[in-house]
Design a protein around this ligand. Structure first.
Ligand code: IPE
Ligand code: IPE
Ligand code: MG
Ligand code: MG
Ligand code: MG
Length: 322
């Protein structure tokens, strides 16, 4: 069995070796750029780890794993355009470094390359169906995320479903595809999927928390973007529930305001989060989801010792700062 670090190494080498057509330069340079400036590589890693529970020849499915990472990076190009984010992985986003049309077309190209890579991997109908479900679902989640920006009565359940689609699916399916290709039975596939899904929910809650409370030196993205964009995060939904009338009016004012200084809006909304104790609430929810995730992992019918790397992975993810 491989350690997570060894598998990340394989993924990074694989990413470097992805072949591009030479021309047009302006189509492929942004793709190489986004894939070279960092990234935690957790999705391909989870696929390889899921597979490695059952089989050792992980290199066989490297292209399937690279497909998932390429797809994820496609979503980032379009997401940054949709969210008007200037910074990604500590660097300029593609639409800022190049322009918006480039982010659209290079993003589209990455989506196609993702399917091309998956097709160059191990051929398996079930895995293909899972890849398609995952990649379609993310777009559905992203649409809800955008719809919710202009909707003022998003419930906690709706938020959880939105993040399940936009984020959890990919983590769950990464493990599931690895398990399918590794020859796991349906029960193990489902439990690994559930492990990834719960972890994915926690992962997006963390991402939203970090967007407000992250350390600017470590987060690698600009803080406060979700507040500026009126994203209906768990934090905002809970803040509305816990706020008194004055605080609600203050939140309403910032949500409906058009001409505002971003820093002032971020400070004012964060101040309300602090007063009503949002940070602790999110942290509790994150911990609960991680513990539910681990319960699902325990049900997977392979030697407990084989699952050590995945347990460590979850523990490390729980304390992530970027
Ligand atoms: C960012 O994903 C998008 C979310 C789902 C929150 P990651 O946090 O995995 O981003 P990278 O790939 O490590 O940069
Ligand atoms: C995006 O969620 C999830 C994706 C599918 C890309 P966010 O919009 O919160 O991701 P970041 O914070 O920009 O990475
Ligand atoms: Mg974003
Ligand atoms: Mg987004
Ligand atoms: Mg975010």
């Amino acid at each position: 069995m491989y350690t997570a670090n060894e598998l990340i190494e394989k993924v990074n080498k694989g990413v470097k070796n992805i072949q591009y057509n030479a021309e047009p330069q302006n189509l492929y340079a942004p793709i190489q750029y986004i894939l070279s400036i960092g990234g935690k590589r957790i999705r391909p890693l989870l696929m390889l780890m899921g597979y490695n529970l059952y089989k050792d020849d992980v290199d066989t499915i490297l292209n399937n794993a690279l497909a998932l990472e390429t797809y994820h990076n496609f979503t980032l190009l379009h997401d940054d355009l949709m969210d008007q984010s200037d910074m990604r992985r500590g660097n300029l986003t593609v639409h800022k470094k190049w322009n918006e049309n480039t982010a659209i077309l290079s993003g589209d190209t990455m989506l196609i390359m993702a399917y091309q890579l998956f097709n160059q991997g191990v051929k398996n109908n079930e895995a293909w169906a899972a890849f398609i479900d995952a990649t379609l679902g993310v777009c559905e989640g992203q649409q809800y995320d955008i719809d919710f920006e202009t909707c003022n009565d998003v419930s906690e359940e709706e938020y959880m479903e939105m993040i399940r689609l936009k984020t959890s699916l990919l983590l769950g399916y990464a493990l599931k595809i690895g398990a399918i290709l590794g020859g796991a039975d349906a029960e193990d596939q489902a439990n690994l999927y559930a492990f990834g899904e719960k972890m994915g929910l926690a992962f997006q809650l963390q991402d939203d928390w970090l967007d407000v409370y992250g350390d600017p030196k470590k987060f690698q993205k600009k803080l406060g973007g979700d507040i500026v964009d009126n994203k209906k995060t768990f934090m905002l939904i809970k803040a509305y529930q816990l706020a008194d009338e004055t605080q609600k009016a203050e939140l309403d004012k910032w949500m409906s305001g058009k001409d505002f200084q971003e820093t002032k809006k971020i400070a004012a909304v964060t101040h309300i989060y602090n007063i009503v104790g949002i940070s602790q609430l999110v942290q509790q929810k994150i911990e609960k989801l991680f513990s539910q995730a681990l319960t699902c992992l325990e049900k997977v019918k392979v030697d407990s010792q084989k699952k050590t790397e995945l347990r460590h992975f979850a523990d490390k993810l729980l304390g992530r700062q970027y």
